[in-house]
Every structure is written in C-alpha cells, then in structure tokens.
Write a protein that binds this ligand. Structure first.
Ligand SMILES: Nc1ncnc2c1ncn2[C@@H]1O[C@H](COP(=O)(O)OP(=O)(O)OP(=O)(O)O)[C@@H](O)[C@H]1O
Ligand SMILES: [Mg+2]
Length: 321
C-alpha cells in the first residue's frame, strides 16, 4: 500500500504545474491497481491530451517506474506507424510476431503493467482501431491470434488540439478542457473515442510553472555535471549555480507553445558548453573542488572556479563559460 500511497507525491515531484491532471491520472491508475476495475477489462484505458512538452509522456514513465520499477513500461511510439504499410511491423504478420506483442510479453516478464501508445493521433487509423477489441481486453493481431491485454493499463497520449491551447490563455480550465476533448473526439472514430474510460487533459504550462521546471532541470544538470567533473578530475568536484542563473535560462528557454521541451535543451546546452569552454581554456581543471555558474551581464553564463574566479563572456547563441 505504501507504494500506491506514494504515487501522487512521486508524480507531483516530477511533473510540475499539472495538479489536476495528475490527480485524475493517479485516481485512474490506483483504481486499477487496487482491484476496482471491471473484471476482464484492462485495469485502465486512458487518453492523455494536452499541448506538446507539458508532461504527458513523462508522467506515465514516472508512474510506471514508481509502481513497477525502472524500464517497466511497454512504450510504442505510434507515430512510427503512420502508414498502413508499416502497421504489420506493429501487429505482426502470419509467422512473425509484431512489435506490440513483443513489447507486451517483455513487459509482463519484467513485472510491468503499463502499455503506452505515445502520440496515437499520428498513427494510421488502424492502430487506434486496435482499441475496438479492448473491452474484452484483447486486440486482434494480423495472424488472427488475440493479444491479451487483461490486467494492464493501456494509456494513449496525444497533443490533438494542443496547438490551439496557447491561444486560450485566460479562458477557464473547463472551457480549455472542452475544446481539447472536442478536437480529439473529432479525430478518432466515435466508437474508438468512446472506449477510453478516462480522458485526462494536461494544461498549458504557465511561465511560473516553467520557472519551476527550469529550477528542477538545472538541479539535475548540476548533479550530473558534478559527477562528470569528479570523474574527469579523479576527485570530488561540486558544480553549483548562482541564484541568477535560472532567470537567464528561463528567458531563453521559456516557450509559450512548446512547453518545457526548449527549456531542457537550453539548460543542457548552456551548462555543457560553459563547462567545455572552461576546461579547454584551462579555467577549470583538476585540483579544484568547487566551481560556480553565474549569469553575466551580457546575457551569457560566467563560470567561476571558486578558488580562482574566471570571467567568460557570451551572448545568446554564444555560450560563455
Ligand atoms: N510539467 C512538467 N514538469 C516538469 N518537467 C516537464 C513538464 N512537462 C514537460 N517536462 C519536461 O519536458 C520534456 C518533455 O516532456 P514530455 O515528453 O512529457 O512531453 P509531452 O507532454 O509528452 O509532449 P508531446 O505531446 O510532444 O509528446 C521532458 O524532459 C519532461 O521532463
Ligand atoms: Mg509525449
């Protein structure tokens, strides 16, 4: 019960600014895990909607890791099966198992229970049609066999309608939700759309939420790079950032309609370029136990070795270390 109880906190610690969606996701997953799903059906059949880069895929990966362990999810990138010619690779052909069957079998062996159909709107309609058989927890494979999905959570994600959400700022959450659901309902055949037991809408990420995301990403990046520097130098090294660094990263990485995706790239690129340059310049090397990243007046990053500060310049596009 402890693991189940901890799911909400785990998701909220990884995916920020999505309290409502995470709460609905948790309830749906936990209902299945605690035995409240209808017998003979999948434990849950969920559709996660919302703009790109808002945490849909991330939250499923985190939920699966929390509940069933690292690498436990069976993930199908449905966008890879956009043409009908590629569908047999997913569903198999007489004599050859498809990717779907293989991934589900591997997941069951590893103790996982979540099948993730990512970006389902980009797939051939024949992929979404798989869901027609799902109330019996079976999908028909192309060799005529049935793939048993009983006991699993089946989660599809899509950013259908998501692009329009950024333009709906100031509109109530309920109206945004209705808009996104309508866009999704118009895409799928009605009998397919009706199969989902929960439709969960992820919100557009506000600037405030993206600032928090930036702090989180920077913290992880600093930990990663501290370990990399310690390993390169052969002794412990701690990389930290001055409080003004997130502001610089947010101003470059915040994006109204691409969510947190650009932020991640900016954080990684800026910090890594800064370190590469500092090391090539000889400003950062073995023998130093701590260094610090500082936002410079010109808009770049200034990296200072705690023992012997070095100022390095750069503007947007030209990273300084
Ligand atoms: N709400 C959030 N809180 C923290 N990190 C986030 C959030 N949303 C997105 N991210 C980060 O941004 C990246 C992209 O997120 P994710 O893959 O979950 O997006 P998505 O909603 O599935 O987008 P798409 O519709 O394009 O597939 C990940 O690195 C993730 O960690
Ligand atoms: Mg995704």
């Amino acid at each position: 019960m402890g693991v189940l109880r901890g799911l909400r906190a785990r998701l909220q610690s990884e995916v920020l600014g999505q309290e409502e969606a995470l709460s609905a996701l948790c309830d749906a997953l936990l209902a299945g895990e605690m035995g409240h799903a209808s017998p003979g059906r999948p434990r849950s059949l969920l559709l996660l909607l919302g703009p790109t880069g808002t945490g849909k895929t991330r939250s499923i990966l985190a939920a699966s890791e929390h509940l069933f362990g690292t690498g436990s999810v069976a993930r199908i990138n449905a966008a890879e099966f956009s043409s009908d010619e590629r569908v047999p690779l997913l569903l198999g052909t007489p004599g050859a198992a498809g990717l779907l069957g293989e991934r589900v079998a591997r997941m069951r062996r590893s103790g996982g229970r979540i099948l993730l159909l990512d970006e389902i709107e980009k797939a051939s309609p024949r992929v979404a049609d798989l869901l027609l058989g799902i109330e019996e927890a079976e999908v028909m494979m192309q060799d005529g066999s049935a793939l048993d999905l009983s006991g699993l959570h089946v989660v599809a994600t899509s950013n259908l309608g998501g692009a329009g959400v950024a333009g709906l700022e100031g509109v109530s959450r309920a109206s945004v939700r209705r808009y996104v659901e309508q866009e999704a309902a118009a895409h799928f055949r009605p009998e397919v759309f009706a199969r989902f037991t929960s439709v969960i809408v992820f919100a557009h990420l506000s600037r405030d939420a993206q600032v928090r995301v930036c702090h989180r990403m920077l913290g992880r990046e600093l930990a990663l790079q501290s370990a990399a520097l310690s390993s390169a130098f052969g002794h412990p090294h701690r990389l930290r950032a001055d409080p003004d660094v997130p502001g610089l990263l947010v101003s470059e990485g915040w994006h109204r309609s691409l969510g947190a995706r650009p932020m991640r790239n900016v954080v990684e690129r800026r910090v890594r370029s800064a370190l590469v340059r500092a090391r090539l310049d000889g400003a950062l090397g073995p023998g130093v136990g701590e260094s610090v990243l500082v936002a410079a007046a010109g808009g770049g990053l200034r990296a200072a070795v705690a023992r012997a500060p070095v100022v390095l310049r750069g503007g947007p596009g030209e990273v300084a270390a």
